[in-house]
Design a protein around this ligand. Structure first.
Ligand code: GLN
Length: 454
């Protein structure tokens, strides 16, 4: 009830875009009975959470913040939100995001911008994207935790912009079943929380092997919370020189240096490493992600879901497809579909898509080599800046927006786990985050290093 009240009072943040108070109260009562009934209720039992609009929730609007899925209410529940519900978590509603999770500022949403609860004077700031509503809701105490998804940084960047914790697990840890697809070889779900301990608890609840997702891994899910000892003595932390970009703001440099010092003081061994193909990650990502998106989004044809354009007399099925997609998709989504179909087209497939796939393999190999050298985790800044003002990044120059993902996309291309932890404030008093990248399937160790940094 406190959370539902807080949501009502925080309409200006535009974080919750579909509220589900009846479901919340029903699940809260069930959780209450479960907690009273025995002592072995799961840790998430009774915890009020928000669910990103990208997750299908049975009978509840699930629109991926897109006009093309207007009023779509799925007949089924995503595996991740089902796992949370089974553990007794209480869904409060659906959270704002960039349309189809494409964006870094939550400005491409059909519901309008989500707003960061952090402010500088009267300037309205982005909570980041695409999981902007999730980050904003957690930071403003509208819920105790939220689900996010991360294809190129959409959990970690908004976490950094709002002073919250966000982890993208290893590709295959969380089932993608029932999560509206953006770029299937990169998409992963993960928790957005107030601290590392909550992230460990929630991640464990979200993960499972799921035969309904062929890329879901059949490996045991550890008890992550029990791995938070804070002891990182002897752990080897790599500092990749390629992440020291030209023109990096001095405060980001300092944040990174301070974080390195903190881990060293806690007993970690710090070594310099090289990930030589880093500079090709962003271009490779912005070929592969749109390619997969153009294919995934082909299903929105005006027949099976949501919006269908009205036709004039004499117009046929091709007009229907064209008009529906022109009306239903926003500009950024249309841009991605065009880039994606272009790089997959017969004449350009080898030059772009295949080339990007090869680069992706090299990026993964860079990480493998660092881990082979004994590196346990890699420390980098999470974002190149603190939260920027809503409307300040020109739509005319999408590459400027894409540069936000420069530190995060490598992790998705390599399928690795990555976490963003709050690491201090910039000179305007806005939160900044540090990113830790871990070995595949070792989220427990990664969370423990993050715990030492927190
Ligand atoms: N900002 C990136 C993009 O627009 C990442 C999005 C994401 O992780 N979902 O593609």
């Amino acid at each position: 009830e406190a959370c539902l009240g807080a949501i009502e009072g925080a309409g200006a943040l535009n974080a919750f875009v579909h509220k589900t108070p009846e479901i919340a109260m029903e699940r809260a009562r069930a959780a209450d009975a479960r907690l009273k009934g025995g002592d072995d209720a799961p840790a998430m039992c009774g915890i009020p959470v928000g669910i990103k609009d990208l997750f299908c929730t049975k009978g509840v609007e699930s629109q991926a913040a897109s006009g093309i899925l207007g009023n779509f209410k799925p007949e089924y529940e995503s595996t991740v939100s089902q796992n949370l519900a089974d553990a007794g978590a209480v869904m409060l509603g659906k959270l704002n995001m960039d349309e189809f999770a494409m964006g870094s500022s939550n400005e491409t949403s059909v519901y309008g911008d989500a707003v960061n609860p952090w402010k500088v004077d009267d300037r309205q700031l982005t909570p980041g994207g695409s999981s902007g509503g999730s980050a904003s809701a957690v930071a403003a105490d509208l819920c105790l935790a939220a689900t996010g998804t991360d294809t190129g940084g959409s959990i970690r960047q908004p976490a950094a912009f709002t002073g919250t914790v966000g982890i993208k697990p290893t590709y295959g840890r969380c089932s993608r079943w029932g999560i509206i697809a953006f770029a299937s070889s990169l998409d992963q779900a993960g928790p957005m929380t107030k601290n590392v301990r909550d992230a460990a608890i929630m991640l464990e609840t979200m993960c499972s092997h799921d035969p309904k997702d062929s890329t879901s891994a059949d490996i045991p899910v550890p008890h992550f919370e029990a791995m938070l000892t804070g002891d990182i003595k002897g752990k080897v932390i790599g500092i990749p020189k390629e992440y020291r970009m030209d023109g990096m703001p001095a405060e980001i440099e300092k944040l990174w240096a301070d974080g390195t010092e903190m881990l060293k003081d806690a007993g970690a061994k710090i070594i310099d490493i090289s990930l030589p193909h880093t500079k090709y990650a962003l271009p490779a990502y912005y070929v592969i992600a749109p390619a997969e998106a153009s294919s995934n989004l082909a299903r929105y044809d005006g027949v099976r879901y949501g919006h269908r354009a009205k036709l004039a007399a004499g117009e046929g099925i091709v007009d229907m497809y064209e008009k529906t997609r022109a009306e239903g998709f926003g500009h950024e989504v249309q841009r991605r579909v065009m880039v994606g179909t272009y790089v997959l087209s017969a004449g350009f497939y080898d030059a772009y898509y295949n080339r990007a796939r090869k680069v992706r393999a090299l990026i993964k190999r860079d990480f493998d080599e660092a881990f082979d050298q004994g590196v346990d985790a890699i420390l980098t800044p999470a974002t190149p800046s603190a939260a920027f003002g809503l409307g300040e990044m020109a739509e005319a120059d999408p590459v400027q927006m894409y540069l936000n993902d420069v530190f995060t996309v490598t992790v998705n291309l390599a399928g690795l786990p990555g976490i963003s932890v709050p690491a201090g404030l910039d000179k305007q008093g806005l939160p900044l985050g540090l990113q830790l990248i871990g070995r595949p399937w070792e989220e427990g160790d990664l969370l423990n290093v993050a715990y030492a940094l927190e």
